[in-house]
Design a protein around this ligand. Structure first.
Ligand code: PMP
Length: 396
């Protein structure tokens, strides 16, 4: 074809997860691949009533354009929840409603990155964010992690050695893909370092409310005294992803830039979706809904971990997340998780091989498993089948 595409697309490929999801849509497939919530927990009956109420009471507003920053009653509720749950001190004016937090990730790249700028991220990190940033042609430096998340000494070293770091992307709570959470000391040390170098931080927090056990830890945003943290939140995991509603919370000078991006991208998030989610929070109890979600996921996590203990060889290690949707499995170095994924797919089991979570590549023996989406019998059956494939791989 003679058409010439923009240079920014040169290094962009479709997401491996999105490709895999096409295969896993077959009903016989046991999928640990997507980051999907349990559909049986979606409040379908409640939303029928909510949508009738919105249309009857405020139909002409719901079907009209609204402001770019979003429907104010919803932004007020988000601010109230953030202050109560995450110990921030924000108002509706600090919030811009986006199309999922994914759009906030794309805007982060648009707002901060010029070609060749450096983005720091955890190693591994969320592939969807890395792909969103890639279209702005940055370089990635991966900061090594341990069981407690990003290693602060390594972060400091990289910041000392590089003067083109424009943005740091982190997921401190129940990280995607590793399920790991930063303890308090790391959060404090991180903010100390950030305050010294004054670099904007994208705190991506879709899972923070889904803590099953252990003590509450304050968000980076709540520890931020200089307005450097840009917080991305979402209704996808505490409510439903289908509405595609998330939010960006940031200092006014920064939020204005995100607002300009939103105007260019799609003017505003869907008015009726925003009003329906707002109405749900008014008519029902979102906190109780989140408790139901946690009660379901903690059982599924326990079952997946227990079945892996029983079925996987001892040389296979995996994380024990205290919340969120994922566990991260580390296979022996000689096992290639992508090749193994093909063999698992032949047995109708799917997971995401870990290599795409490393922006600079080079790690082949890890995989991400999701435990929120499959019912319990399928979790057991899927892990058993994976165990068979694993044992065969190790015997090779
Ligand atoms: N950030 C992380 C870490 C995620 O795992 C996801 C979804 N899996 C997103 C952002 C995007 O979510 P959404 O756009 O549905 O809010």
């Amino acid at each position: 074809m003679a058409v010439k595409f923009a240079k920014r697309l040169d290094n962009l490929e479709g997401s491996a997860i999105r490709e895999l999801l096409k295969l896993t849509a077959r009903p016989e497939v046991i999928s640990f691949a997507g980051g999907m919530p349990a559909p049986e927990l979606f409040p379908v009956e409640e939303m029928k009533k909510v949508s009738v109420a919105v249309l009857e009471e405020q139909g002409k507003i719901a079907l009209q354009y609204t402001t770019t920053e979003g429907y104010k009653p919803l932004r007020e509720k988000i601010a109230e929840r953030m202050n109560r749950k995450l110990k921030t001190n924000v108002t509706a004016d600090d919030i811009l409603i986006t199309s999922g937090s994914q759009q906030g990730l794309d805007f982060s790249g648009k707002v901060f990155l010029d070609e060749g700028d450096i983005v720091l991220c955890e190693s591994p990190s969320y592939m969807g964010a890395l792909n969103a940033f890639k279209s702005y042609q940055p370089k990635f430096i991966e900061i090594p992690t341990d069981e407690n998340g990003m290693i602060m000494e390594e972060l400091e070293k990289v910041l000392e050695e590089n003067d083109r770091v424009k943005m740091i992307y982190v997921i401190p709570d129940f990280q995607n893909p590793s399920g790991r959470t930063w303890p308090m000391e790391r959060r404090q040390k991180f903010m100390e370092i950030i305050n010294k170098y004054e670099i904007p931080v994208i705190e991506d927090n879709p899972y923070g409310e889904l803590r099953f056990e252990g003590e509450f830890l304050p968000s980076l945003k709540s520890l931020d005294t200089k307005g450097l943290v840009i917080f991305l939140g979402t209704f996808s995991k505490i409510f439903c992803p289908g509405y595609r509603l998330g939010w960006t919370c940031a200092a006014p000078e920064i939020l204005t830039k995100y607002n300009i991006c939103k105007q260019g991208a799609d003017l505003q998030a869907s008015t009726i979706s925003q009003m329906e989610v707002n109405k749900f929070i008014e008519m029902y109890d979102l906190d109780a809904h989140v408790e139901n979600i946690k009660a379901c996921y903690v059982k599924r996590r326990d079952l997946m971990l227990k079945t892996m203990e029983e079925e996987f060889p001892d040389c296979v290690k995996f994380t024990h997340p205290q919340g969120g949707l994922f566990t991260w499995v580390i296979l022996p170095e000689n096992v290639n998780a992508s090749e193994m994924a093909q063999k698992c797919l032949e047995k109708n089991v799917a997971y995401v091989p870990g290599d795409s979570f490393f922006p600079n590549g080079g790690v082949y023996n890890c995989c991400r498993l999701n435990y929120s989406n499959m019912p319990e019998d399928k979790i057991v059956e899927g892990i058993k089948r994976m165990g068979e494939v694993l044992r065969a791989e190790l015997e090779k």
